[in-house]
Design a protein around this ligand. Structure first.
Ligand code: AMP
Length: 397
C-alpha cells in the first residue's frame, strides 16, 4: 500500500509518499509560504531531480492539491492515479491525555484533538487544517493521526507532575507531556534490534538532538521520562529555545526590559538557545566552525549544550537504575561527531567508552562504543515519516 505522510505546519507542509511493502520513499517534498506571497512547492521523485515550482497557495487545500498533482504528473509523477494512495498518515503534535497511541481519524477524534488546542495553540490547529484539506481532496481515503505526545503517555505520575498546585493539573491538564515521541519510539525499538535483546528488557536513553531537542528514558519498551514538558520548550538547550530556565530570571528580564509575557515567550522560543547564547547561529555547523577558530562564544555555548545533555543522561540513568544503550539521533545527534564525543566524555562513571574511529560517522546507523564499553552507544538516524507510515498501515489494515 502507498501511504502519504503529511506533516502540516501553519505555513508549510512536508510530505512523503511511502510504499509500505518495500518501505521505499517514492517521492517527497514540501510546500512553503502557504497563505503568504511567494509560495512554492519543492518536489523530488525517488532517483530524480528536485523540482521547485512557484505557485500561489492561498490555503492548505491548494497546497495539498499541488502535492497530489505532482504525484500523478505525467513526467515526474510516481503513481498513475490518486486511487493508488491507500491511506494518509498525519503527524499530530499534541494529543494531551486523550491519545496514548495512534488512531484512525474520525469526527470524534478531530473534536478531541481540537479540545487539546490550548496545549499546542500553534501546532494543533495547523495539523487539523492539513487533515481537513486531505479529507476534502481525498474523500473515502482512510486517515490516521500519529501523535508526538502518545509514546510518553506511559510516564508515571511522579515523572509528569510539576511542582505546582495540583489544581492546575486537575483544571487545565498542566503537566509534562513530552514530544518527539514518534522518533524516540522508532529509535529505541531499532536500538533493541541492533543489540539483539527483547525491547521490553532494556534500559535505553535516546538523545534526539536537532533544532528541537529532547532526551527520553525508555525502560522495558516504555517511555518513563522525557525532557520536554507541557510544551516543547522545556529541557535541553535547543537551536533557539532556552530549555530549562528559572521563571524568576524571566520576571527579572521582563521588569528590566519592559517586556510583556508575549515578548518573553517569543524570546525564550525564538531568540534563545544556542542562537541567543552565542550570537552566532542556531546551526551547529556554524558553532563548530566558530569554536574551531577559537571563538569563545562558540566554545562556551557548545560546552553548555553538551553539559545539559550529559546531566539529563545522568538523571535518566538514575530514574531507570541503570542504562544499557544510549542513542544519538536527529541532525546534531546523527552528524555531530565532536558533540557525541564531548557528551560521552562525561559518562566515564557509567563505563561508557567511545571508539574514536567508529564515532567518525555522519547520518549512518553505527555502534560508536568501544568493544569493552559497559553501555552500548549508537549513532542511529531517526525516520519519523517511516514510523508514521508503519503506524498508519497497522491501523488501516
Ligand atoms: P533537525 O532539526 O533534526 O533537522 O536538525 C537540524 C540541525 O542539525 C541543524 O540546525 C544543525 O545544527 C545540525 N546539523 C545538521 N548537519 C550537521 C553536521 N554535519 N554537523 C553538525 N550539525 C549538523
Amino acid at each position: 500500500m502507498n501511504v502519504l505522510v503529511i506533516n502540516c505546519g501553519s505555513s508549510s507542509l512536508k510530505f512523503q509518499l511511502i510504499n509500505s511493502d518495500t518501505e521505499a520513499v517514492l517521492a517527497k517534498g514540501l510546500c512553503e509560504r502557504i497563505g503568504i506571497e511567494g509560495s512554492r512547492i519543492v518536489y523530488q521523485p525517488a532517483g530524480g531531480e528536485k523540482e521547485t515550482t512557484e505557485s500561489p497557495m492561498p490555503s492548505h487545500t491548494q497546497a495539498i492539491q499541488l502535492v497530489l498533482d505532482a504525484l500523478v504528473n505525467e513526467k515526474s509523477g510516481v503513481i498513475g492515479s490518486l486511487g493508488e494512495i491507500g491511506a494518509v498518515g498525519h503527524r499530530l503534535v499534541h494529543g494531551g491525555e486523550k491519545f496514548a497511541s495512534s488512531t484512525i481519524i474520525t469526527d470524534e477524534v478531530i473534536a478531541a484533538v481540537e479540545s487539546c488546542n490550548d496545549l499546542a495553540p500553534l501546532h494543533n490547529p495547523a495539523n487539523l487544517i492539513g487533515v481537513r484539506a486531505c479529507q476534502e481532496l481525498m474523500p473515502g481515503v482512510p486517515m490516521v493521526g500519529v501523535f508526538d505526545t502518545a509514546f510518553h503517555q506511559t510516564m508515571p505520575e511522579k515523572a509528569y507532575l510539576y511542582g505546582l498546585p495540583y489544581e492546575y493539573y486537575e483544571k487545565y491538564a498542566v503537566r509534562r507531556y513530552g514530544f518527539h515521541g514518534t522518533s524516540h519510539s522508532y529509535v529505541s525499538k531499532r536500538a533493541a534490534e541492533l543489540v539483539g535483546k527483547p525491547y521490553d528488557s532494556l534500559k535505553i536513553i535516546v538523545c534526539h538532538l536537532g533544532n528541537g531537542a529532547s532526551v527520553c528514558a525508555v525502560k522495558d519498551g516504555k517511555s518513563v521520562d522525557t525532557s520536554m514538558g507541557l510544551t516543547p520548550l522545556e529541557g535541553l538547550i535547543m537551536g533557539t529555545r532556552s530549555g530549562d530556565v528559572d521563571p524568576g530570571a524571566l520576571e527579572l528580564i521582563a521588569k528590566k526590559e519592559g517586556m510583556s509575557f508575549e515578548d518573553i515567550m517569543t524570546m525564550v522560543n525564538k531568540k534563545s538557545g544556542v542562537q541567543g547564547m552565542s550570537g552566532i547561529s542556531s546551526d551547529f555547523r556554524d558553532l563548530e566552525d566558530a569554536a574551531d577558530k577559537g571563538d569563545q562564544a562558540g566554545i562556551r555555548t557548545l560546552e553548555a549544550f553538551n553539559y545539559r545533555v550529559a546531566k539529563y543522561i545522568g538523571a535518566y540513568t538514575a530514574a531507570m537504575n541503570g542504562v544499557d544503550v544510549i542513542c544519538f539521533t536527529a541532525g546534531i545527534g546523527e552528524n555531530g561527531v565532536s558533540t557525541r564525543a564531548d557528551i560521552c566524555a562525561y559518562l566515564g562513571y557509567l563505563g561508557v567508552e567511545i571508539d574514536g574511529e567508529a564515532n567518525r560517522v555522519r547520518g549512518e546507523e553505527r555502534e560508536i562504543s568501544a568493544p569493552g564499553s559497559k553501555v552500548k552507544v549508537y549513532c542511529l538516524p531517526t525516520n519519523e515519516e517511516l514510523a508514521i507510515a508503519r503506524e498508519t498501515v497497522a491501523l488501516v489494515k
